[in-house]
Write a new protein. Structure first.
Length: 159
């Protein structure tokens, strides 16, 4: 793949790699945002169908990327909102604990932590191994080891 840096407004001497924390905007996204702000100057021009047609188009385009269906795609205002919505729908069952990884992004950690507190479940935080050799494999094995019949939501592992 060739350099895609020209798609962003980053200075030439900056090599930004922390997209998992916060990604820079593509120039095209910045332009779309400016266009949207321009539309809000005259809100009387925004029609009720604009609230449905444009998001539906976005859902269809995203669904095509993941080989899914638009009705399987939800548009949410933020990751924290989506995680909170997901965790409040976790069934409370016979399990005793939930699992997360150490240094989870705050919205992920707080959502599952609040769910555990509200439902009297233990939250197990799985730390990465101290070594760099086969670290990912070892961490995966540690996570899989912790998943059992007492993990929420209840997973029957003896099938």
């Amino acid at each position: 793949m060739t350099s895609q840096k020209n798609l962003f407004q980053l200075p030439d001497d900056i090599h930004y790699l922390n997209g998992a924390y916060m990604s820079p905007l593509l120039r095209s996204v910045e332009e779309a945002g400016i266009t949207a702000i321009g539309r809000k100057r005259n809100p009387f021009l925004i029609k009720p169908e604009d609230f449905f047609n444009e998001p539906e188009l976005v859902k269809k385009k995203f669904a095509s990327l993941i080989n899914g269906k638009a009705e399987q795609v939800a548009i949410i205002p933020s990751a924290s909102y989506g995680l909170k919505s997901a965790t409040i729908n976790i069934p409370v069952n016979g399990g005793t604990h939930a699992i997360t990884v150490a240094d989870e992004f705050p919205s992920g950690y707080y959502s599952i932590s609040e769910w555990c507190n509200a439902n009297k479940k233990e939250l197990k935080i799985i730390k990465p191994p101290d070594t760099n050799e086969n670290r990912g494999k070892q961490w995966n094995e540690m996570l899989l080891h912790e998943i059992n019949n007492e993990t929420c939501p209840y997973i029957k592992t003896d099938q």
